[in-house]
Design a protein around this ligand. Structure first.
Ligand code: HEC
Length: 393
């Protein structure tokens, strides 16, 4: 029965998570666009760095940006922070409901690392905290002054994290954790750097002092990271519905490519918003497309090869399915903790297997997503046999 309520918790949290993420990323895309569309003009008041006009919802908007701040505090000031905080809170809760509560099935893969639930959850929590500490320290070193070198080092840290995660968690959980770690940096940037700095600027305005421009620069460094990391994080969050993206030990290659591709696409929009033309906005799509094709070809599973003397009979496949799938995927599951077939997928007979042919191939042959956490310890030969049967039936 507990599963039933956990499914509701999961659905409601996912709903909330998507809504808050849309609100956060939506407003952040809007502000990045706004920032880059600001143009200088002769008539602008003192302290105004640029202005932008837009039309939406039946009227015209005229926005002016003050750098670092206006001479005095406006009567009403709008802040943008809860979108980010609630995206993290809902995302972390979703991580807990799916990967901590269901740690045995989703987080741990004993063929990767034989760890207990407590150890796995502890490692997950510690890695998220440690990830932030490392990232924040790197940004605060003198390297932080050079955005390009800093960007490269942050990139290396993400790829290293992908490698480390794939050595301790199931590949599906590993990829999601890279996303969660980077998303934690993004909210950390808002919570620990951007908003506190803005508060300091407001406080000095209220005291009638000139705010320290370094505060604005630091916030800018972090919001640039958030901007370039958004698309890769979204990919990683969605990836756990697509088993072809969990590629076990080589996860770092996929992550390395995805972070590059996402950042390159984002750069196209950034440059375009700033009014760039010519080569500055022409290189991104061709390069990103080539990298996506490289990624898809690289991740493609090898075709199944069998030992020449191996005979794949219907009976043998039925045994595999009964041993490795039907414990959970049955009208009445026998596996502890399962009361209904997961995702409504029943795999008891060969007719059932044929019905879900493509999904079974994706989950159990092309990837090792199923059996969940390889709980039943399905062997590579069995996957090969199942693959051969699926290809020939
Ligand atoms: C320990 C229980 C368990 C076992 C054993 C198991 N599965 Fe699953 N299966 C699940 C769960 C839980 C889900 C839902 C996963 C999710 O929410 O993403 C699932 C989902 C699926 C899906 C649907 C995926 C989708 O998102 O469309 C397929 C197909 C599938 N399993 C195939 C298999 C095959 C084939 C086997 C045997 C080789 C197998 N499973 C063994 C628990 C199990």
């Amino acid at each position: 029965m507990a599963e039933y309520w956990m499914d509701w918790a999961s659905l409601l949290l996912r709903w909330l998570h998507v809504i808050t993420a849309i609100a956060w990323i939506g407003s952040s895309f809007y502000f990045v666009w706004l920032d880059l569309s600001l143009r200088k003009a002769a008539h602008l008041p003192e302290g105004v760095h640029g202005e932008s006009w837009s039309v939406h919802g039946g009227g015209f908007y005229h926005v002016q940006k003050y750098l670092v701040a206006p001479g005095s505090m406006p009567k009403e000031l709008h802040w943008f922070k809860y979108e980010s905080y609630f995206t993290w809170i809902s995302g972390f809760s979703l991580l807990a409901v799916t990967y901590y509560w269901g740690a045995k099935a989703f987080l741990i893969d004993s063929s990767v690392a034989d760890i207990t639930v407590m150890q796995a959850v502890g490692l997950s929590l510690a890695s998220l905290a440690l990830g932030w500490i490392v990232y924040d320290l790197i940004c605060k070193t003198p390297i932080g002054k050079n955005l390009l070198i800093l960007g490269f080092i942050v990139y290396v840290v993400v790829v290293l994290a992908a490698y480390s995660y794939s050595e301790i968690f199931s590949s599906r959980a590993a990829l999601l954790h890279v996303g969660a770690m980077v998303a934690t940096w993004m909210t950390g940037n808002v919570f620990f750097i951007i908003i506190p700095n803005q508060k300091k600027v407001v406080a000095s305005l209220q005291r009638g002092e000139a705010p320290d421009p370094a505060l604005g620069q630091q916030a800018k460094q972090r919001s640039t990271h958030n901007n370039y990391l958004t698309l890769p994080v979204l990919f990683m969050m969605l990836s756990n519905h697509y088993p072809m993206t969990f590629v076990g030990d080589d996860l770092w290659i996929l992550v390395g490519l995805i972070v590059l591709i996402g950042a390159i696409i984002r750069d196209y929009f950034n440059a375009g918003h700033a009014g760039a033309t010519g080569l500055r906005v022409r290189w991104q799509w061709p390069i990103a497309s080539i990298l996506i094709i490289v990624l898809a070809i690289w991740a493609k599973p090898e075709t199944v090869t069998l030992n020449t003397n191996q005979i794949v009979t219907d009976d043998a496949i039925q045994t595999i399915v009964t041993t490795h799938c039907a414990g959970c995927h049955a009208a009445q599951p026998t596996m502890a903790g399962f009361t209904t077939p997961p995702k409504g997928v029943i795999l008891e007979t060969l007719v059932d297997v044929q019905k879900y042919k493509a999904q079974v191939h994706a989950q159990s042959v092309a990837s090792q997503a199923m059996p969940l956490g390889n709980m039943t310890q399905m062997k590579p030969e069995e996957r090969a046999m199942l693959g051969y049967w699926l290809e020939n039936n």
